[in-house]
Design a protein around this ligand. Sequence first.
Ligand code: ADP
Ligand code: ADP
Length: 226
Amino acid sequence: MAEIKLERIKKTYDNGPTVVHDFNLEIHDGEFIVLVGPSGCGKSTTLRMIAGLEDITGGDFYIDEKRMNDVEPKNRDIAMVFQNYALYPHMSVYDNMAFSLKLRKTPKPEIKERVEKAAEILGLTDFLDRKPKALSGGQRQRVALGRAIVREANVFLMDEPLSNLDAKLRVQMRAEITKLHKRLETTTIYVTHDQTEALTMASRIVVMNQGDIMQVGSPKEVYDFP
Ligand code: ADP
Ligand code: ADP
């Protein structure tokens, strides 16, 4: 369960411009929010503030009524999937997925159980001993998803997770992420510049431009198709 509330959220980089301008957004439990907008409009910055990878320079951010602005990233109930997968090249698939749990001192048997369950969901059971370089692009992307799933976090943040895949694989992974969301019902914010992804995956679409929210609505409302 996780409701996210952003109140007059703002980001000004040190000695730089303000790239997120005091916007408000409420995300309900289990929603799949797709965040769209032109390159440089502040989508990644917004995700990174929610994850705690960037300081919030104004406004307040809550998960389930708890103010999160100053909570350390590792203490946020959030898992993030990046565009470039950010897998550790020298670690096996198993260890890539186990890593964040080891950091959090999760007991070994529980780590094993969670990694094996995630691997089963993602079709990675036969690949646990491989290194990332011995995997296809789609398999690597699955490992990146697996690292998020094992956390059993209540919030998923995904920053253009499919943009490095070829068109065919993108379609396939899009369906898999939708299926995963149906199964786990984790509150998700998904950044993309791909209109088809927004249309097919979103429960609501948030349109950003120059650090502001322009529009929030269902795919039908935002794209106004018949
Ligand atoms: P998007 O994800 O929508 O492409 P970003 O959030 O990455 O946009 O970037 C928003 C703006 O913030 C851009 O103008 C970008 O150049 C600027 N920006 C991003 N990261 C930094 C940083 N570390 N320091 C200064 N400016 C940054
Ligand atoms: P350690 O070596 O740290 O004592 P374990 O005895 O739990 O850890 O496991 C040894 C190593 O085997 C782990 O670090 C992990 O990389 C790998 N491993 C454990 N279970 C599996 C599994 N089901 N599939 C693939 N590799 C596994």
